[in-house]
Design a protein around this ligand. Structure first.
Ligand code: GLU
Length: 308
């Protein structure tokens, strides 16, 4: 990596000034009112090195709806609970379809392609539900234990809106149940899934919470995971499946394992060096933050820091 840490504050300011001309190119998620109401012109970025040094720019401490980034934490928790048994029920391949598609699920007998499309994430949630007395509390506590922030909880307003408009997710869960890949009751699993999508975190929380993925499973806030080499396995999935239908292009432009959400957040890791989170609510047609992707591309470009 071509970078002295002392150069980072200036570099982050430079990235900030180079991405803000992109305001207005994308559009905030509009499928639920609490997301469409978010001020679109916001940008934050936080980077945390494995030695604990942190650098931020913009609104790095502003909490936002992490949406599908929660699929990453749910996956880590499910792997921690059931280990490789999870892979009997979910695949590890890119889907090549929209994240909430039903077509492939029917064709492939109820085994979702990967844990980051909705069908896969609902199976992951089902796993947590069936092994926990209070699944949502368990996930909240898990995330707080990774980020060190006990205020990482679900937002009730976002949750109600998710539940009210979740027709496709309900269809997916019902199809999973019909095809024999959902152990819990549909309503119970969906309730937990919607709450998980409604979790609120800041860039700084996310950069801290993904430290273990950059640091061979070690986290400053939490002791080792049970699963062996969680970082290697989760990073591989993020690289191939973490950005909806744009994972290939993101790997090309940025070259870091990452996971995005329609709240406008993206987390990414450079194994052995740092975890980084960006947030800006305006999305491109794939559902990925326009400014967030550009900021990560500039970061890896200016610091020669991709995995490739
Ligand atoms: N809550 C969304 C859903 O399940 C997830 C949105 C996202 O992909 O970030 O439809």
């Amino acid at each position: 990596m071509k970078l002295q840490k002392s150069e980072l504050p200036a570099l982050l300011e430079r990235i900030y000034s180079e991405v803000t001309p992109l305001y207005g190119v994308g559009k905030t998620a509009d499928y639920i009112p609490p997301l469409s109401r978010v001020n679109p012109r916001q940008f934050g970025m936080a980077i945390r090195f494995v030695d604990g040094d942190e650098f931020t720019v913009g609104q790095a401490s502003t909490p936002f709806s992490i949406q599908s980034i929660s699929k990453l934490f749910a996956l880590m928790l499910a792997l921690d609970i059931v280990g490789d048994d999870l892979w009997k029920r979910v695949g590890r391949e890119p889907s090549g379809m929209r994240f909430n598609s039903l077509l492939q699920l029917e064709n492939e007998n109820g085994i979702p392609r990967n844990p980051f499309i909705n069908a896969g994430a609902i199976v992951v949630t089902d796993t947590i539900v069936n092994h926990s007395a209070s699944p949502v509390k368990r996930l909240e506590q898990f995330m707080a234990s990774l980020s060190g922030n006990v205020f990482n909880r679900y937002d009730p307003e976002v949750y109600v809106a998710e539940a009210r408009t979740g027709y496709r997710n309900a269809a997916i869960a019902n199809l999973l149940k019909a095809l024999g890949n959902l152990e819990g009751e549909v309503d119970v699993v969906l309730d937990s899934y919607y709450k998980q999508c409604s979790m609120t975190m800041s860039c700084l929380d996310l950069a801290r919470a993904t430290e273990s993925l950059a640091n061979k499973g070690k986290s400053s806030f939490r002791t080792q995971f049970h699963g062996e080499r969680m970082d290697k396995r989760v990073n591989a999935l993020m690289l191939t499946c973490g950005l909806y239908d744009a994972a290939g292009n993101f790997a090309y432009q940025v070259g870091l394992p990452a996971k995005s959400g329609v709240g406008g957040g993206i987390v990414a890791v450079l194994p052995g060096y740092f975890s980084v989170a960006v947030w800006s609510p305006e999305l491109d047609n794939y559902g990925n933050s326009v400014l967030g992707q550009k900021a990560l591309e500039l970061l890896t470009h200016y610091t020669s820091s991709s995995i490739f």
